[in-house]
Write a protein that binds this ligand. Structure first.
Ligand SMILES: NC(=O)c1ccc[n+]([C@@H]2O[C@H](COP(=O)([O-])OP(=O)(O)OC[C@H]3O[C@@H](n4cnc5c(N)ncnc54)[C@H](OP(=O)(O)O)[C@@H]3O)[C@@H](O)[C@H]2O)c1
Length: 344
């Protein structure tokens, strides 16, 4: 089969090679996996981080294939896949691989992948693989989990929620979920993308480039009507440090970006530091997704219910242009998901 393989350590251009004769995976006896013919893969910033941080020569990585998200057709079902899953050859499925599988090199930028049946969900409604991969993959699952965390404090209806990074893969799904479940959404993005996030359901759009520093502006316009939650998809530390000026005392701050320290510095600074040592008197959560079929199924259910109305797709590139797709992702300017079309 055709697959992309990491042959060295670094950027996508430095490390990736397209192979045309990689052995296709097969399902061993007693397997709970599915063999899936991949049609679409969407890329995530974590794919680039893994290429730069995990050398291909590590003993547990053999000709590592990157890629987490997938959509495709089931071509074989392991003999130990529970019958109650109802999964069968010919089903269109989507989801995201677990981090350890991708770290080992069993990623999705290939024509076939063996994937645990518990990680998949059937493509919902009349969606195709291109849209499904954008919403049921890592980004959409992260958005679902963040929304769930906000709702743990009593639902979403009537809350005022700020989404920072509202036009990215995560943010574009998050805006739709929060709005669809009854929240008032304040979206932060560049002015050029204001129309896009309004179309996703944001009631108020703040251009972070026109209002610098953003935190001063937020204090000015939200100080007398503070937020119930701030969902930070950018990892902007001052947004948390200044949050008492625009986040309710019992409000939630959820960040998904750990930065170069992989979350250690924000965790120590924001979670462990007491207020008398300069800590910020607001709750802080540093969230790390563990991909799961359960979360993908929740995303699919919200698609079926019309809460998530659309996948925002920045662009779709052919399998041969994965390096270009990764370079576009690395600019940090993608609007929604960059999708790779794997099938001919
Ligand atoms: N912890 C986890 O489990 C987890 C899971 C998924 C993703 N993540 C992380 O979350 C981050 C977002 O992921 P993603 O997939 O949404 O990334 P993405 O799609 O690459 O995000 C691109 C978007 O970020 C926006 N952006 C860039 N700088 C910004 C700024 N200073 N303020 C506001 N918006 C800004 C851009 O919008 P404009 O052009 O309008 O500025 C662009 O639309 C990444 O760092 C990713 O690694 C973490």
């Amino acid at each position: 089969m055709k697959s992309w393989t990491a042959t060295s350590w670094g950027t996508a251009r430095e490390s990736l090679t397209l192979n045309t004769s990689t052995p296709a995976p097969s399902l061993p006896h007693n397997s709970t996996s599915l063999l899936v013919r991949i049609t679409h893969v969407s890329l995530n910033p974590a794919d680039l981080v893994l290429l730069k941080s995990l050398p291909p020569w590590l003993p547990f990585r053999r000709a590592p294939v990157p890629g987490m998200d997938f959509a495709g057709e089931v071509v074989a079902v392991g003999d130990a896949v529970p019958a109650e899953t109802g999964l069968k050859a010919g089903d269109e499925v989507c989801g995201a691989m677990g981090l350890w599988e991708v770290a080992k090199g069993c990623g999705t930028l290939a024509e076939f992948v063996a994937v645990e049946s518990s990680l998949v969900v059937k493509v919902p409604g009349n969606w195709g693989g291109r849209d499904a991969v954008g919403v049921m993959g890592i980004a959409g699952q992260t958005a679902v989990a963040m929304a769930r965390s906000v709702m743990a404090g009593g639902g979403m209806q009537g809350k005022r929620v700020l989404v920072n990074g509202a036009t990215g893969g995560v943010g574009s799904v998050l805006v739709q979920i929060c709005r669809g479940l009854g929240a008032e959404v304040v979206a932060v993005c560049s002015g050029a993308n204001a129309g896009l996030v309004k179309g996703l359901g944001a009631g108020e759009v703040i251009d972070y480039q026109a209002h610098d520093p953003l935190e001063e502006y937020l204090a000015e316009v939200l100080g007398d009507r503070p937020l119930d939650a701030i969902l930070d998809c950018v990892g902007r530390q001052p947004l948390y440090a200044h949050s008492p000026r625009y986040l309710k005392p019992d409000g939630k701050f959820i960040n998904i970006v750990g930065g170069w320290s992989q979350g250690v510095i924000p965790f120590v600074r924001n979670k462990l530091r007491p207020c008398f040592l300069g800590g910020t008197p607001r709750s802080y959560e540093l969230f790390l997704l563990s991909a799961s079929g359960k979360t993908a199924r929740e995303a699919a259910a919200w698609v079926e219910q019309g809460i998530i109305k659309q996948a925002v797709i920045d662009s779709e590139l052919p399998m041969e242009q994965v390096v270009e797709a990764c370079e576009k992702l690395a600019t940090g300017r993608a609007k929604g998901k960059i999708v790779v079309k794997v099938e001919k």
